[in-house]
Each structure stands twice: as C-alpha cells, then as structure tokens.
Write a protein of this length. Sequence first.
Length: 454
Amino acid sequence: MNILLLIPGIISFVLVRRGRTDTAFLSVYLPSLLLLPQGYSLRIPHLPPLSAAQFALIPIGIFALGQLIKSRSFRLMDALVVLFVASWATTEILREPIVNDGIFSAIDSFVSILLAYVTGRRLIEPDLRLETVRRIVIFFLLTVPIGLYEWRMGTNPYGMVAQEFLGIPNLGLVYLRAGHGRLGGAFSNPEIVGIALGMTFALNAWLVLLNKKQMGARLGRGGFSKLERFHVPGLLLVLCIWCTASRGPQIALAAGFLILQISRVKYTKLATGVVAVLLIVAAWEAKQYFARVTDISDTTGISEQASSALYRRMMNEIYPPIAEMGGWFGWGVTGVPHVQGMLSIDNHFLLVHLIQGELGYILIVLITVESIRTAIARLWSFQVLEDRAFACSMLAAFAVLWITLYTVYMGEQLPQFAFLLIGWGQSLVTGRTSSGPVVGVAEHPKFLLQRVFT
C-alpha cells in the first residue's frame, strides 16, 4: 500500500511537464503537505524515506529552482538558505558514523528546505497569492473534525490508518493533558501543528479583510465567503490551537494577533514601533514569570506546567556550553551528547547550534532576522491596503513561527511549510487585483507583467 504514496509525485511530474505547475502546486502539493503526515513515507532504493508531499514537491521545486536561476533576481535570503542547507549537509556527512545516513539526511534537507523555499520564492506571487492562502486555510479546516476526534477520544485517526493499511507503527502517538488528547492532526505533534495553525490564522486574517472590504481580490459568493463573514475559519483555527494544549503556540498567537493590528493603523511605522515595544515588554514579563515559576527547590508534587518550564530552564542552561564544544560544524544528529536524561531539545535554535555548530546557528539567526526585516520593509513600502495587510499577515506568521521555535523543534512537515512561506515572503509584490495607488517594492519591475508559469 505504501506505493500509493508515489501517486502525488507522479501526478505532479506529469503536470509540470505539461506546463501546469500552478495546478501541481495548488492541487497536488498543498493537500499532500497539509492533509498527509510526514510519516506516510516510502523508501526508494538509494534514496531516504520520502513523504507524499516531498515526492510532489521535487518536480515543482526543481522547476522553481530553474526559474530562479534564469531570472538572476537573487536576494540575501537566497544565499542564507543555500548556506544553511549546505551547512546541514556538511555536518551530517562529516559527523554521521555511516556516510550513507549523512547523505540521506542531506537529501531530505535539500528537498524539505531548499526546494520548498524556491517554490515559495518563485511560484506564488502575485497570481497565486489569493488561491494559495484560501487553499491553505481550507485544507486545515478539513482536518478540524479529525483533530477534535483526537482531542475527545485520545486517538489519532492518522495513526490508525498508518498501522492498519500502510504498516507503519508508532505513528500518530497522542499526548495527553488534563484528561484529553492533545491535538496533533496530520502534523503528529501538538506543538508543531500549533505553529502551523497559528501561521494559518495570520494568513486567514488577510482573507477576512478582503471579504470585509470587498476589495479587488474577492473570495466569491460561495460558502467559504459566508464562513469568513462570520469569522468561522478563524474561530475554528483558534479552537484547534487551544486543543493542542501547547502554551508556546498560544503565546505566539497572541503576539501574532497584536501584529495583525498594525495594518489597521494609518501611521504604519509608528504602529510598528508601538507593537515592538509592547512585545519586548511582554517578553520581559514572561521571562520574569517563568523565572518565578521555575524557582523551585523541592520538585515533588509540582504541576505539569511548572515541571515543563523547569525542564526548559535547565535545558537552556546545560546545553549551550555543549553546543560550543561542537565547534563550527556541530555534533550531527546522532552525535549530540545527552546529559541528565534530557533527550528532547525543546528549542530549535539550541538544537541547530548543537547539530550544526556555530555556522548553522549563525545562519538560522540571520534567516530569522531577514524574514522579519523583509516583511517589515514590505509593510512600510506598500501603499495599497490589500498589499500592506498581506505583508502584515506574513509578519505575524513569522512571529508565530520564530517565537514558538524557542520552545520546540522544527519537525514533521513544518520545515516545508515554514520555508515555503519564508520564500514567499521574499517575493512579495503589488498584487494584480489590488486597487488604489500602486507604490510597491519589486526586485525587477520588468518581470511584474510576466506569468511565472510559462
């Protein structure tokens, strides 16, 4: 049955060959990415296990990579992402005891990070912006019944399908908290799916604005437009984040919601500064709060919340010196020393520092800063409300991503989803359907009237 996971890749390849890359992206890759777990994978000889989404991404990503090279419209982020993937590949090949395992890990990184990035970088703006956001929201809404079943029954249906039909054990394990299953859905992890849901909530805010203001790019007169009118998709996304029982995504969602208000204010730069100050103050207060929560001498009988916070505090104190010992290329995935029984590194920046060393850590920090900087630059530059609001949604999505990654690793489908949006954020231009004064930021204006898919 696992051979069925090749079907999205085959369909995607055929569509790309026929010049219908947009269809392959919207109708094959996105549903495979958001509706099927990363664990639904197939191992082809001489290749690492690849998921249905990765099979679908390969022809699309290679096409997008070719388009980017031909355009010669490179940005700083392009170099950072290439170097980050090269850093991962170098570390794994040098550090893994079995060289083939290192090569397989490098291939997986190339597909999940670099190809996802160039796909977002070249294939969405400006023609597919509305349809891409709409489908991302719809696909997540389709998983809501599955997620609520998981929360209520403590069983992930994706895991049952994997066990019964695909012969994949131990997939879709459910974490319990307060007597309920923590929603993991297709991402198989409550923290990780919480990040993806929070980012989708930020993107959905743009659809709400379009529907409310009835600007150029409308959602139509169908059922989805009516749902947006009553804020049903946004409320369901928030409900699912609550069902994850994950404090990181919930805190990050609050920060993202605050950022979304910037586009509503006439003086955008002033609003950005005010929001930045509020977030800095909130971060300081949160740090003080968790310091008080974890200031415990006797750990017997402490709450689960305090225990989790204490674990993260100890982890962030113990592991940085170990990361420094890894040098420029780190310890590798299987070489990271584990001390005091701390097997889970719940901080992606620290995990990158441990695995990839100083070089990888510097690059991930630069990627974080550049994604935020670019989104703010677009937010300040766009004059049309529709475009400014979308840049603000992107900024909020990145805030949700990077804030939460301080509390969890980037796993499952999240690298693909995150770097798809990071690449997308680097290519924002004035939308074709935007109305009003058009004063936007473009890398090469001569390409604005050309379709990406030719």
